[in-house]
Design a protein around this ligand. Structure first.
Ligand code: HEM
Length: 126
């Protein structure tokens, strides 16, 4: 599968996350939740596609030989997935009425968007 297929999916996933933020600004909470869950699930699937096609994990593990930009890209990609877990968990708590977590979720959300954006940008540099 060519790199273009991965890049197009990656751009679509990031656009979906931005759309998810737009929805929450429009106070459409349930659409925000659905959109973000689809974007996060699709992103995990994309990582699996890249792994199955390119042996990405074996390649990523050669940290010493790899170009610095590849190591930075892998760090950002892994960081994004870790943030997905936290933003998912905090979002669920806010959804179930725990407003004390709201600001944490919002902050984690901003970090997640930033990490995903940098993952996209560095993917064009490797
Ligand atoms: C990549 C994933 C996600 C990101 C980046 C994200 C980001 C955000 C941001 C930035 C806000 C605050 C918006 C504002 O008020 O200015 C927000 C609110 C919220 N998010 Fe998420 N979110 C994500 C996933 C989720 C998930 C998975 C859930 C639920 C399971 C969720 C539930 C909520 C809820 C309930 C609110 C508050 C709505 C209100 O004002 O009552 N989010 N999210």
């Amino acid at each position: 599968m060519s790199v273009i297929v991965f890049q197009v999916q990656s751009i679509l996933i990031f656009s979906l996350i931005l759309f998810g933020i737009y929805l929450i600004k429009q106070r459409k909470v349930s659409s925000h939740v659905k959109t973000m869950k689809i974007a996060m699930a699709w992103d995990i699937l994309l990582i699996l596609q890249i792994e199955l096609n390119r042996g990405a994990i074996a390649k990523a593990s050669k940290v010493i030989q790899n170009a610095l930009i590849l190591n930075i890209h892998v760090l950002l990609a892994v960081g994004t997935v870790v943030l997905y877990a936290f933003v998912f968990r905090s979002g669920g708590k806010v959804l179930s009425g725990d407003r004390s977590i709201y600001l944490t979720h919002k902050r984690l959300g901003v970090y997640t968007v930033a990490a995903r954006f940098l993952t996209l940008v560095t993917s064009f540099m490797i």
